[in-house]
Design a protein around this ligand. Structure first.
Ligand SMILES: [Fe+2]
Ligand SMILES: [Fe+2]
Length: 313
């Protein structure tokens, strides 16, 4: 794909973007859950269920707050930054106006997602009376992207940033979809997630197309250099250090014995996914590598061998 073959999705944005089409979501005062149990396995653990089942809604509210906090950081500090530079043509890779216009719709969408998330946080605090515990200042990408960029020569930094954001914008999709299928969760929370998902469908293909345009124009030496850095990015992106730190902090706020707290922490630690092809986000990550045609390059196949499903090794 050549940059000149790029077709803008501006019309789809006008008719479908949630900022153009969705009313404000109001959180319901009902018995349903504020956050899916499947997204906070801590509350399903043996020790939690035995020691403090009455803390379930507290733990779920805190997990929703962390999710919202992560969304705000991701949208405003990661995606907004890259999309805005593309939109304003302040990016090392030059894109035609149609791409830049679409990048500006991504900026608008992401900042709107952050606003909606903040609205929901306020509504939930008002409804439940549960104040958030200290929330992380960073997400995994706040570390993984700078770590990758530090390894890249100056002239490849923007290209690598584009690929990292492209990967991240393809993984959020499944993350958010997990909510939409859960009937034990409040409809407003599901609606909020469904709205976000609708916009992210557009974004994931936008980033894949931009990465594809870049990759087709990149010299082999540059491709090779980028491919070698990808495993460093993925290893940091997929770590659960921040989630684990948050879960540990959450256990500090539970009225349980010190011995139970230690057991709970061991259970949390054991829940971490392995950082290889078995990690649940890998399917989406590989989708970006396929859609952008990056995975057709032998250097990328080689660099990602550790992350490819068994038969492809
Ligand atoms: Fe978003
Ligand atoms: Fe997005």
């Amino acid at each position: 794909m050549n940059a000149l073959d790029y077709h803008s999705f501006a019309e789809a944005w006008e008719s479908h973007a949630t900022i153009r089409t969705r009313p404000r979501r109001l959180v319901e005062d009902d018995q349903r859950l504020i956050y899916p149990l499947s997204r906070q396995p801590l509350v399903l653990s043996e020790t939690f269920v035995r020691e403090c089942p009455q803390q379930r809604d507290f733990a779920l509210a805190q997990s929703l707050y962390k999710f919202i906090n992560d969304v705000v950081i991701f949208e405003t500090e990661i995606v907004d930054r890259t999309a805005r530079r593309i939109a304003k043509d302040r990016f090392a890779i030059r894109f035609p106006f149609a791409c830049r216009y679409d990048a500006m719709t991504v900026v608008v969408d992401e900042d709107y997602h952050a606003l909606v998330a903040m609205d929901f946080m306020q509504q939930t605090i008002a409804l439940t009376g549960i104040e958030p515990i200290a929330l992380p200042r960073e997400i995994e990408l706040s570390r993984a992207i700078p770590a990758a960029l530090a390894l890249a020569p100056e002239h490849l930094r923007d290209a690598l940033e584009l690929i990292c954001v492209g990967i991240a914008e393809n993984t959020l999709t499944d993350d958010v979809a997990a909510f939409a299928r859960d009937d034990t969760v409040k409809p407003s929370v599901k609606g909020l997630m469904a709205d976000h998902l609708l916009d992210e469908g557009r974004h994931s293909s936008f980033w894949a197309r931009l990465v594809r345009i870049y990759w087709h124009s990149a010299p082999e030496a540059d491709r090779q250099c980028i491919a070698e850095i990808l495993p460093v990015f993925l290893a940091q992106y997929l770590t659960n250090d921040i989630q684990k730190g948050f879960d540990f902090a959450l256990t500090d706020h539970l009225p349980i014995s010190e011995a139970a707290r230690q057991t709970l922490r061991q259970e949390v630690t054991a829940m971490a996914y392995p950082i290889d092809h078995r990690h649940p986000l890998l399917g989406n990550i590989l989708r970006l590598f396929r859609a952008s045609s990056m995975l057709d390059s032998p250097c990328v196949q080689q660099a990602l061998a550790h992350y490819l499903p068994e038969p492809r090794r």
